[in-house]
Design a protein around this ligand. Structure first.
Ligand code: NAP
Ligand code: MG
Length: 503
């Protein structure tokens, strides 16, 4: 099948972009190398995508450097207008973007349409509106002086993102960086580059000047590593695993870049016996199973108070078994394939890890038997009861349809288990006890806490973690602070300064 046939079969109306995007143009890699991106539904090749090497990253950085002075000095409202236009274009292209994202990642089309694309548009719109509202300050210093603080862009920003939410994560990274006046070199994950390249096309349509945004698909240890090392990149923002995050920090040391890290998680989702169980069962299933659990904030440790554990687990397992697994292009599908075969195998290997440590398999634990799904990266929703909160399945991030169940007696034990991992990203609790809810929120080692809900995100609300989940915040005013640096300017207006050296 030709690329055009593949696009048509997926219901796409426009060509699939498969080249690097540098200086406002789609171009091949300098050495002509490509890397195939696959459809995780059946592991067929979608497209051979240009693979950036060091020379291409250099070209992208040079373009971003040239574009920086103009972009940074452009009226903030004009930068904002381009991002607002982009948000409109994304909405106008919802079906196209949703299908492309589903084709490349395996996200159910229902989710791509209802979540990925609208959240992407909302993020560009929020930061488009923010561009001319994020302002400096005046400090009340000694009489006769004016001290004002400028919030300046940092320069050329490198961004490296993973494969689990390509559209959304590029928006979370690019929107605030661009609103604040930075120029960008972004590397999408090697297995999911397509939607990001499509956004580049829409950016041009929105009037983004050449060089402001450059997209360099490629290998993490080549293009990604070089972005982290690059002497002329001022900041690197990374979303991905904790292990790679450490490598980024080391690589960034050469020119002392600013670093922002959004890393792994092992979210505690705690259900107390005074919770609304119907809401908690459904909310906990969403907390874990949405996006095939490929979410850093997934509620992957389901913690149940002993008195309700059996009843809850029965209802939860019944719901999990009823989740409709299937071709993600089918609008009725509720769970698609994992995004790569390598990752599916890794997830399934945790079933053995669980067994070795005495875990009890309650549901799933295998690829579906359905012949129609046999070539894809599918895993049934899997529920395992751990023996101890110290077990590997209760400590390590699995990042696939796999939820670890733990039980606790009381609030104190729940708190100890919840905070007993190296991670600290998102956590949630279900209770009708007002004081307990706030007490738990205060004590949780986490960047985000959800009470009687889970996994809420909004462009205005800071997103990020503590501990081995990283540092820095995306979204909201915090994201604008992350992408700017403060300059303090002192002006002698009419200060009478007695001479320090009277002569
Ligand atoms: P990963 O292996 O760390 O990859 C993430 C990105 O880094 C990819 O673009 C990858 O390129 C690149 N990369 C790999 N090695 C690199 C290196 N040495 N230098 C620079 N870049 C490098 O992560 P993943 O397994 O794809 O993604 C899943 C992880 O991301 C999970 O741990 C998840 O929790 C985390 N995550 C965190 C958040 C958050 O906001 N906290 C959100 C989503 C996901 P390749 O594509 O070539 O490998
Ligand atoms: Mg793919």
């Amino acid at each position: 099948m030709t690329l055009a046939d593949i696009a048509a079969a997926a219901g796409l109306r426009t060509p699939i972009r498969h080249q690097l995007f540098i200086d406002g143009r789609f171009v091949d890699a300098a050495d002509g190398q490509t890397l195939a991106t696959l459809n995780p539904h059946d592991n067929s090749v979608i497209a051979d995508v240009a693979m950036a090497g060091r020379e291409d990253v250099d070209r992208a950085v040079a373009a971003a450097e040239r574009a920086f002075p103009v972009w940074a000095r452009m009226a903030a409202a004009d930068r904002g207008r381009i991002l607002l236009k982009l948000a409109d274009l994304i909405e106008a292209n919802t079906e196209e973007l949703a299908r492309l994202e589903t084709l490349d990642t395996g996200h159910p089309l229902k989710d791509s349409r209802a979540l990925d694309v609208p959240r992407t548009a909302a993020c560009y719109r929020y930061f488009g509106g923010m561009a001319d509202k994020f302002q400096g300050d005046v400090v009340p210093v000694e009489t006769g002086f004016l001290n004002y603080l400028l919030r300046e862009p940092v320069g050329v920003v490198g961004q490296v993102v993973p494969w689990n939410f390509p559209l959304m994560f590029t928006a979370w990274k690019m929107a605030p960086a661009l609103a604040a006046g930075n120029t960008v070199v972004l590397k999408p994950a090697e297995i999911t580059p397509l939607s990001t390249l499509k956004i580049a096309e829409l950016m041009m349509e929105a009037g983004m000047p050449p060089g402001v945004v450059n997209i360099v698909p490629g290998l993490g240890h080549v293009a990604g590593q070089y972005i982290a090392e690059h002497p002329r990149i001022a900041k690197v923002a990374f979303t991905g695993s904790t292990a790679t995050g450490r490598r980024i920090v080391q690589a960034s040391a050469g020119n002392l870049k600013k670093v922002q890290l959004e890393l792994g998680g092992k979210g505690a989702n705690i259900v107390f016996d005074d919770a609304n169980l119907t809401a908690a069962v459904n909310g906990s299933a969403w907390a874990i199973f949405h996006n095939q659990v490929q979410a850093c904030i997934a509620g992957s440790r389901l913690m149940l108070q002993e008195s309700i554990a059996d009843e809850f687990l029965e209802r939860f397992a019944t719901l999990a078994r009823s989740i409709r697994l299937g071709n993600p292009m089918d609008s009725a599908t509720e769970m698609g394939p994992l995004t790569s075969a390598l990752h599916r195998d890794r997830v399934l290997s945790y079933v053995d890890v669980a067994r070795e440590q005495g875990g009890e398999l309650i549901a799933g634990g295998r690829a579906p038997v359905d012949e129609a799904l046999s070539r894809g990266c599918y895993v049934e929703p899997t529920i395992v009861k751990a023996k101890s909160p110290q077990d590997r399945i209760a400590q390590e991030e699995v990042f696939g349809p796999f939820v670890t169940v733990l039980t606790f007696k009381d609030e104190a034990e729940a708190m100890a288990i919840a905070n007993g991992t190296e991670y600290g990203l998102g956590s949630g609790l279900w209770t009708s006890h007002l004081q307990r809810a706030h007490r738990m929120a205060r004590e949780m080692k986490a960047g985000m806490v959800w009470i009687n809900s889970y996994k809420r995100v909004n462009p205005g609300s800071p997103f990020g973690g503590v501990g081995q989940s990283g540092y820095g915040r995306e979204m909201g005013f915090d994201a604008m602070r992350e992408y700017t640096q403060v300059k303090s300017v002192w002006v002698n207006v009419d200060a009478q300064i007695p001479p320090w050296y009277p002569r």
